[in-house]
Write a protein that binds this ligand. Structure first.
Ligand SMILES: [Zn+2]
Length: 295
């Protein structure tokens, strides 16, 4: 078994210190000291068809099918590379039956692998230094195993959740068991609590946005030309849900979900940020795709 690095590395100590100052900074000057990342690439991490939209829009759209995107992001920060989420397992490619987290509800398909997309810009999985996990649902951690040399970063609350006795709700039970299997035993795992200014320069910020799962997080990056971009994780699935505070039935905590959406709304206003919504296919299809990038 590989050695885990929980709180012993110097990076982790730095992360913990940075997290202490981030809330204060959010409340005060809007990114006055913020540096920028070099590039943000959208990586195609699959798409899915669900047979009942009302699971994501309770009370409406019963029995209506809906197509979602699955999106990952590659971030270049100087000489370091970060992946934000890893999508549906690469083994799904070419499988006409697709892959599922909850087979009675949703099926995912992959048109291209992360590896092949990284290769388009001369990178390989071993070049990735950090894998940042928004949360542990299978469509977000399906390829963590592709990056055995990277440090996997997630909220401690999320790690504790999937390592506690599985929930009694059958859907959540299935999702948690699958999460444990897909996450496996990362060689380098760093667990964080709350917000983290990842490089201590304001360019990459983990935002605690619980509710969809207990340790869900979003990510805010700062780009020289584009400005601030918030990568949603699953704090919201559809633009219309964000507009109307609609919480999917599968979320573990409705009040937390609404508070997290409020929080993101406040940050969008404060930083004049744009939010890229992972599963909103209509929005995702309108965004640049690797090898194109935001800078
Ligand atoms: Zn998701």
């Amino acid at each position: 078994m590989k050695t885990k690095t929980y709180s012993l590395s110097s990076t982790m100590v730095g992360l913990a210190l940075a997290s202490l100052t981030f809330d204060g900074e959010v409340a005060s000057a809007a990114g006055a000291f913020s540096k920028t990342i070099d590039r943000l690439y959208r990586v195609d991490c699959g798409h899915s068809l669900a047979n009942d939209e009302s699971v994501w829009t309770p009370g409406e759209n019963k029995g209506k099918s809906i197509e979602f995107s699955s999106t990952c992001y590659l971030i270049q920060h100087g000489t370091e590379y970060l992946m934000w989420d890893t999508g549906v397992p690469e083994g799904t490619i070419g499988d006409p039956k697709g892959w599922s987290t909850l087979p009675s509800l949703i099926v995912y398909h992959l048109d291209r692998t992360i590896s092949s997309q990284l290769a388009q810009i001369g990178l390989k999985p071993a070049d990735i230094n950090y894998v940042l996990v928004s949360h542990t649902h299978g469509d977000h951690i399906g390829n963590v195993g592709l990056f055995p040399d990277a440090t996997v970063v997630m909220q401690k609350a999320e790690y504790d959740w999937i390592n506690s006795p599985p929930p009694s709700d059958p859907n959540l039970n299935t999702l948690v068991k699958l999460a444990k299997k897909l996450l496996g035993d990362p060689g380098r795992l760093e667990l964080v609590s709350g917000d983290v200014d990842f490089f201590h320069d304001g360019s990459v910020r983990l935002l605690s946005t619980p509710g969809h799962t207990p340790g869900s997080q979003s990510l805010m990056v700062h780009l020289a030309q584009t400005g601030y971009v918030i990568l949603s994780g699953d704090v919201v699935h559809l633009e219309s849900n964000f507009e109307h505070d609609i919480v999917p039935a599968l979320n573990v905590d409705k009040a937390q979900s609404i508070a997290s959406m409020d929080r993101v709304r406040a940050l969008i206003k404060q930083y004049d940020a744009t939010m890229f919504i992972n599963h909103d296919k209509q929005q995702a299809d309108s965004l640049k795709l690797l090898p194109d990038y935001y800078d």
